[in-house]
Write a protein that binds this ligand. Sequence first.
Ligand code: PMP
Length: 404
Amino acid sequence: MPTLSRRAESLGTENAFVVLAEVNQLIRSGKDIVSFCIGQPDFATPAHVQDAAVEAVRGGKHGYTPSAGIDELRAAAAASMARARGISISPDEVVVGAGAKPFIAYAIASVTDYGAGDEVIFPVPGFPIYESQCRANGAVPVGLPLREAREFAFDPDELAACITPRTKLLILNAPQNPTGGVLSSADLRAIAAVLERHRQIWVYADEIYSRLVYDAEFVSIAALPGMQERTIISDGASKTYAMTGWRIGFTANRQLAPVFTRWITNTESCASQISQWAAVAALNGPQDAAENMRRRFLARRDLIVRLLNQVPGFRCAAPGGAFYAWPNVTEACALIGASDSEELRKRLLHEAGVAVLADIHFGPRVAGDGQHIRFSYAAAESAIEAGVERIADFVRRATRPPRK
Ligand code: PMP
């Protein structure tokens, strides 16, 4: 039999998609499930953005584009990313891709060598594609724990301790998936001070949730002195404009832009031209739909955090951004006799009709931080109320009497 490569064997996945398939299967078989498992806005793409796509199709704008994207979108993305970060970005530093996700692989592949022992540091819990792409590209994944006691920021001293002469890339993600944590200016300054001592390290700033920040101004590591040239800023249309399926993401870095462009020529050729024109309208047009979604997410955050804190054995801090809640469920697991968060997740799905993800879908659990599950609260208020009530009922029902 022909065999598979080590690369293929080591490729991980994003369990949100696996659980989603399971949930859809249950729904198709007639089960009533409230789902909090997929990280995408439940709003419609703004109407003027839809119109721009239709206009592009009708106007014959549906062929290949340059691999880096159409000039109009590169300019719009440069201006939008620059404005949100208080820096200047020129359009030729920007590369457009089919979502922000492909740039994770391109960045790792562009700054590490296969099997050479090059190390990549990334947050744990974190977006599972970071580790998966490190392994697939023959880099050494180094998880940096996010701690509940620090509101899911990492300790800069722990970062300093992870760095070796082989560290090539540090992946930051704020606001964060799955914890909803943000990095404060003080955190970023501390990180920059550590990096100052290690000039060989690139930074991949995964800022796909940059427009979903609730209690403070968004700040980017790229805005700190000396950081922009070594930082790959990554953002996109998916989360800000409810455009996940349109597949438009963009990055900015002067040195790596031509390299990313070449990767795209080698893979997807270009992002969909239709989606690119839609994204131009999203970025250059009125921002009220995006701002309205942000306000709705903020209201939902407050709702879900309040309700989750009323569930026996749940403890949930208010996350500063994105649309994820990450309650500590250690006590709830003990109450119902579940060995861990994954068993709790399965029981919630099958016995309470509520779909969530478990912490182990985002890397190994952080020692001493207990059990967590992830809720995406990009769901209607009524679904949030009904879903959390189901969970509270289930925990009460399933609670075992205390041992004598
Ligand atoms: N980074 C993070 C942290 C994410 O959560 C996601 C989407 N779930 C992405 C990147 C990718 O977003 P997209 O490819 O849709 O732009």
